[in-house]
Design a protein around this ligand. Structure first.
Ligand code: HEM
Length: 147
């Protein structure tokens, strides 16, 4: 329906530039919760956000997150097919020490990035459509986390 159309249309150009948009998202994430930075114990040993965000491992994780969102957008008609992948992903983040509440903060950062990128295209309906989609992703990760 309308929600899927809003999501597909808005992701069309964003999805082609995953890294720059992902950086906006993660910059916002670390603003909202700087403590998340310490969960990335890559050997880069970076203390400040801008340094971290330009390290190759960080950019890879940014890309990984954007690819999960990309997969969700590409499977709007059969999100169930991502269930096993998302359960497993949630379990991995549990092992890393990420709390399930942090998944919601990522959602806020995602909305922030959409707002920045879409400008006047960021409508209440679009915001709600993305909230709903991300909630499905985060809920599956949370189920996997708790398993
Ligand atoms: C892996 C941290 C949220 C997708 C990882 C790793 C870390 C990490 C440290 C392992 C190292 C690496 O692969 O780079 C975090 C933190 C998050 C977060 C602190 C904050 C809440 C997310 C979210 C998604 C995601 C929301 C997707 C929607 C992935 C993927 C991997 C990964 C796909 C690779 C898993 C694999 O190796 O199979 N994450 N992550 N992450 N993360 Fe996250």
């Amino acid at each position: 329906g309308k929600d899927k159309e809003l999501i597909r249309d808005s992701w069309e150009s964003l999805g082609k530039n995953k890294v720059p948009h992902g950086i906006v998202m993660f910059t916002r994430l670390f603003e909202l919760d700087p403590a998340l930075l310490s969960l990335f114990n890559y050997k880069t040993n970076c203390g400040v956000v801008p340094e971290c965000l330009s390290s190759p491992e960080f950019l890879e994780h940014v890309t990984k997150v954007m690819l999960v969102i990309d997969a969700a957008v590409n499977h709007l008609d059969d999100l169930d097919s991502l269930e096993d992948f998302l359960l497993n992903l949630g379990r991995k983040h549990q092992a890393i020490g990420v709390k399930t509440q942090s998944f919601a903060v990522v959602g806020e950062a995602l909305l922030y990035m959409l707002q920045c990128s879409l400008g006047t295209g960021y409508t209440a309906a679009l915001r709600q459509a993305w909230l709903n989609l991300y909630a499905i992703v985060a809920a599956a990760m949370t189920r996997g986390w708790a398993k």
